[in-house]
Design a protein around this ligand. Sequence first.
Ligand code: COA
Length: 337
Amino acid sequence: MASAHPPTPVLCGLGGWLPPRIVTNEELSRGLDTSDTWIRTRTGIGRRHVAEPGTATSDLAVEAARRALKSAGTDHADALILATTTPDRPCPATAPLIAAELGLGTVPALDVGAVCTGFLYALATGAGFLAAGLAGTVLVVGADTYSRILDPADRSTRALFGDGAGAVVLRAGTADEPGALGPLVLASDGTGADLIRVPSGGSRDPVRPGTAHLSDPYFRMEGKKVFRNAVERMAAASRQVAERRGWGVEGIDLLVAHQANVRILYAVADLLGLPRSRCHVHLDRVGNTAAASVPLALADAAAGGALRPGDRVVTCAFGGGLTWGAAALNWPGISPH
Ligand code: COA
């Protein structure tokens, strides 16, 4: 007889990919009214990776996904979910293209757009596929190339973002296994939709007939308002999942939060009453990689020895929408690629 409980998603593979070109704060400040000191002290970011012209989000995603599959010891997954807000094209979705590149056949594949929270929304979607019996393994990818949508003249966003991709493999398992994921919490507040946005190019402000121009195709953000929201929402969501998992905040071994600003990371830790040493920092080397941020930070923590099998991990994110969420995870004995 079938079990009354849906399967628990279990993380069994992890991989990341960063485009090789590195842009330092010094390089950025040559063409922009900013400085290494300002960026480091206000954000904690030292450098970021930027995709070469001609490289699209799917190219980064395929590299990360290959590494995640390798880490899981397989070359197949039954479904692919891509978190991104910089798809290769506005239409169609990018995920089917990635699935085809990976040779996954005709598996279901879709994009999830929740900006910097996208990876957590994609994890939840993957867990739903497993629970519904649509798949036994799911490849969940977070990939973004924000360099393509930043205003070259806007120092307040160009200093923050970098390109990259991260991926995990989830399989159907049980709650007592290493790698067991959950609970997850997800939320949104569309009254704050204007705080993080690309104003033009959608149905609200499409291409102007006869000109083929968009009035503002660039990413815009009200950083200060986002900052405060991000701290409060990520702290509350992290507390919720830690308590529901039965760990409590004090039981968290490592907090792997969306990497937007080191001041946000430490403010979240302080609000939770968690020592800052238990908050993983990766953004100094990559900046904010949007939907790729969480899996890349997990891969960095695991590769650098900050995560050991059995560790109690809470991951959380906040982004445009507004959207936010958190997930608890028992760290499995896997090697990231
Ligand atoms: N170099 C130099 N000066 C800069 C700058 C840069 N790269 N970016 C902004 N400034 C300037 C601003 O123009 C402003 O100048 P003004 O006072 O003359 O208007 C000044 O620095 C202070 O700006 P402020 O917004 O008060 O700084 P801040 O301490 O809030 O830091 C952010 C700005 C964007 C770094 C910060 O608010 C932040 O990280 N927010 C979260 C953003 C994020 O990553 N969100 C992603 C989704 S979670």
